[in-house]
Design a protein around this ligand. Sequence first.
Ligand SMILES: [Zn+2]
Ligand SMILES: [Zn+2]
Length: 222
Amino acid sequence: MAWVRFFSFWIYPLLTGLLVFHSDVQRSQASRLLVLILIGLAIWSLLEYLLHRYFFHWTPQNPGMRKIIHQLHYNHHQDPRHPGKILVQPLYSLPVSGLLGWGFYWIGGSFLDATGFLTGLWAGFLYYEWVHYRLHLGKNSRGLLKRQRRWHFYHHFVDPDHCFGVTSPLWDAVFGTWASPPRHQENVTTEEQRRKQPPRHKKNWPRAKRPEPDSVAPSERG
Ligand SMILES: [Zn+2]
Ligand SMILES: [Zn+2]
């Protein structure tokens, strides 16, 4: 059911439209709304890093919590090209969005503030979802996408304790988890991505085998 898999790609724009309509934004409030959207985007950028590093890679003792973490991210590490394991499930993203929106409403004191903040947050989240999906299932890529793939595949196939940022290496650089991935990393082929390694002893996180440059099709070499 593709419409469920790509839930975030239509429900969040729909919710944004409803929020903007409901908040009855006036022309004079446009600059304030823009600032709030930018704040939401910046907060998403940091959240993308923190959630991935501290929540998605957490190994809880509680079996129920461990099941949630597995559904959210561990299963994706085990099978990075499975289309149903790449995107965040709405079961998790909607309540978190609601909580953050309520928090911003509480801090900002107006529905407009919460609308602007959530619009920026969701724009960042959708960009993340789109980039993450393309990194794993897209074919050829250039420019920024190629770099993003190199960083993200380093995290998947070389060292899951580095390169937590998917869309940007900014917070990895700030918090000291940046690593310089080898240049061939963005050229991992489909079959190579499917390889699974025994769980890493340190954190029980799967790490796929690092691809050999020679096994990459000549046409795919960058
Ligand atoms: Zn991934
Ligand atoms: Zn990860």
